[in-house]
Every structure is written in C-alpha cells, then in structure tokens.
Design a protein around this ligand. Structure first.
Ligand SMILES: Cc1ncc(COP(=O)(O)O)c(C=O)c1O
Length: 360
C-alpha cells in the first residue's frame, strides 16, 4: 500500500475548509418536507431567477466548442454595462475564481492578507490554500472598518487587504475615505462589490487613480446566474494581463458566456427585479423591527443580518429549519447570536416572518 498522505503539501494536509450551503434537495430531505415547499434563504440567491433571454441564449449555445480564452465578447458586454474599459475587465467562474487567482498571483507562502472580520469566508479560505497567513482585523461595534488597526497590523509580509462593500453578512458599506486610506498604504486592496446593484455605491472610479485597486463584481446576485458561475473584476490592465496569464483558459464556460451577454442586454428587466428585492428588504426590515427579540442590522445588500438575545440564535435557526425555512447561521464568537436571511419573494418573506413569530 502506498501512503498517499505523504504526498499532500503540509499546509494542505489539515486545512480549515469553506462552509458552503447545501443544495435544496438535501435541505428538503433533512427537513422531511417536499422540495417545492422549502424556503431557501441561505445563499443570497435571486428569488426571481435569471433572465428568460439568458435561459434562451444558453439553450441555443453550441456546447462542443471551447470558450474564447481572451473572453472578447463578455469583456466587451461588461465594458458597455460598467463603463470600464475593455482591457480593465477580466471574467472568472464566479467572483470566487478571481479571489483564488488573486492569491495565486500575489501571495508567496507566509505572506499575509488582512481580513476585516466578520466578512465573507472565501478570502481567508483562499489565502490559507495559497499558503498565506490571515491576519484578522476585527470590525468596530457597528461593523465598520477599523482602518487604524489595519494599518497597525501591516508588516513587511503584508501583501493584500480585502474589503467587502456592502459587507456580507453585516450589510454595511465601506466609505470611499476608508478605502482611499487603505489604498494609500500601497498594498493591493480588493474591494468586493458583489452586491453593487442593490446599493449603487462603488469605488470603481478609483481604478484609474490607483494601480493597486481591484474591484470584484458578480452576475450571481443581480442577474440571478449563481448556478452558472460568472463574476468579473475591474482593475489596472497590467493586472488583467497577469491574471489572463495564470488563469485556466476555459474556466468561464460557453453557457455562462451566452447568459452573461443576454443578461446585460436584458439589464433593464433584471434591474426591475433588483428594485423589487430592495423594496422587499425594506418591508422585511420593518417587519423584523416590529418583532420583539430580534434586531435587524441595516443592509445595502440582498440580505439582512438578524441579531437575537444571547444564546438564542442557534435554537431559532434549528426551529426554522425544521419548518423548511433555511437561513445562514454562524459559529464565530462575534456572530453566534445572529443569522443572515436572504431577501426572497413577498410570499417567502411572509413564510419566514410567520415561522419566526412562532419560534422567537
Ligand atoms: C461578498 C461576496 N463576494 C463574492 C461572492 C461569490 O460570488 P460568485 O457567485 O460570483 O462566486 C459572494 C457570494 O455569496 C459574496 O457574498
């Protein structure tokens, strides 16, 4: 017998892995409820789905030809949509792939990244896989960035700082002044704007001014393409070139390409759905505010972080799951009394609220 364990790279032998969400059929089975009756609010997915034009475009796409490694059509479509230049755009199999590629590009083993916790878990996960060291910088009591603490944490191994705006799961924005201060450190600053369309706040106009700024966006949320895996970055063209050089050439598949182009063409209709989600977010927040025992945090994304009395969140989470209502829970000390609920349709909000009333 060969001992295959000895071949595993030591830093990957035992790694703290990412905690992803389970598929609907499994959630339904666990709850003992038919799949079409569960309310899935744990992935910040778009309750209205993708554009019918994107679905038609996928159906009409030949599947036997490789995608364009230089992504000409989709980068042009995104240039038209964002106003950023063609050569400042790169597309990945989800923003997730670009997060991974950024660590591959910048991090030597032992290099550090700064992570403003609590935040999206993918950054620290990818940093660890790359052999990097994650330096957590706690957010302040309102979940705002503690820029002074970040600056104090920087040493000669620090390479990259991740900022999420709006932050997942806390929902708040990073101010342009704070982002500028981080950029002025001269380190690579990645601003993840996955939820841009739900708030229309961006620092992408700073890309021309700062070569060290990377903006990440995705088609998963506003365009409802989470299952197809397509996200993009806006950054200095020099960085785009480096990413193209190291990227698996065909990672963005032809179905995702076709859906992206059709979604951009259908953006006015998709942005109407975004408007409905934003209105529903406000309605859900008002309903939560009326309910004793729960505090909703203000949110600029398509989700709300709900905070409960100490020690209560886990039990409420379990009770909701047993009724077929799935939200996202957290084990970290800072968020142990919270869960995050995605904004669904009005009917899903009503189901969530009535179950929550029962269990709180
Ligand atoms: C802040 C943030 N960035 C990136 C992503 C992942 O985006 P994608 O689906 O494009 O990989 C998510 C998904 O939840 C997210 O919350």
């Amino acid at each position: 017998m060969v001992d295959i364990d000895k071949f595993i790279r030591p830093h990957l032998a035992k790694v703290q892995t990412y905690d992803p969400v389970d598929p609907p059929e499994l959630l339904a089975k666990q709850a003992g409820i038919p799949e079409d009756q569960i309310v899935k609010l744990n992935g910040n997915e778009n309750p209205y789905g993708g554009s019918p034009k994107a679905i038609a475009a996928v159906a009409n796409t030949p599947l036997h030809i490789y995608p364009d490694p230089l992504q000409r059509k989709i980068r042009q479509a995104l240039s038209d949509y964002t106003g950023a230049s063609f050569d400042s755009i790169i597309v990945g199999a989800g923003a997730d792939e670009l997060i991974d590629l950024l660590f591959r590009l910048f991090m030597n083993p032992g290099d550090k990244m700064l992570d403003f916790e609590p935040t999206f878990g993918m950054y620290s996960f990818c940093a660890r896989i790359a052999g990097g060291v994650v330096e957590f910088v706690p957010r302040d009591e309102l979940f705002d960035l503690d820029v002074e603490a970040a600056k104090r944490a920087i040493d000669d191994r620090t390479k990259i700082i991740f900022v999420t705006s709006p932050n997942n799961p806390t929902g708040n924005l990073a101010s342009e002044a704070n982002v500028r201060e981080l950029l002025d450190t001269g380190l690579i600053v990645v601003v993840d704007e996955a939820y841009f369309e739900f708030c229309n706040q961006t620092v992408s106009h700073l890309v021309d001014e700062y070569e060290n700024l990377v903006i990440l966006r995705t088609m998963s949320k506003w365009a409802g393409l989470a299952g197809l895996r397509v996200g993009y970055g806006i950054m200095n063209p020099k960085l785009v070139k480096h990413i193209i050089d190291i990227k698996p050439p065909y990672s963005v598949n032809v179905a995702a390409e076709a859906a992206l182009v059709a979604s951009i063409e259908d953006a006015p209709a998709l942005l109407k759905n975004v408007r409905k989600i934003v209105d529903e977010r406000d309605r859900l927040k008002d309903l939560l505010n009326e309910m004793p025992g729960v505090t909703p945090w203000p949110s600029y994304g398509n989700y709300i972080l709900c905070q409960f009395a100490p020690g209560k969140a886990q039990e409420i989470f379990k009770q909701l799951a047993s009724r077929g209502i799935f939200v996202r829970d957290y084990s970290s000390q800072r968020l142990k009394d919270c869960f995050r609920v995605a904004i669904g349709t009005p009917a899903e909000t009503d189901a969530f609220i009535s179950a929550l009333r029962e269990v709180v």
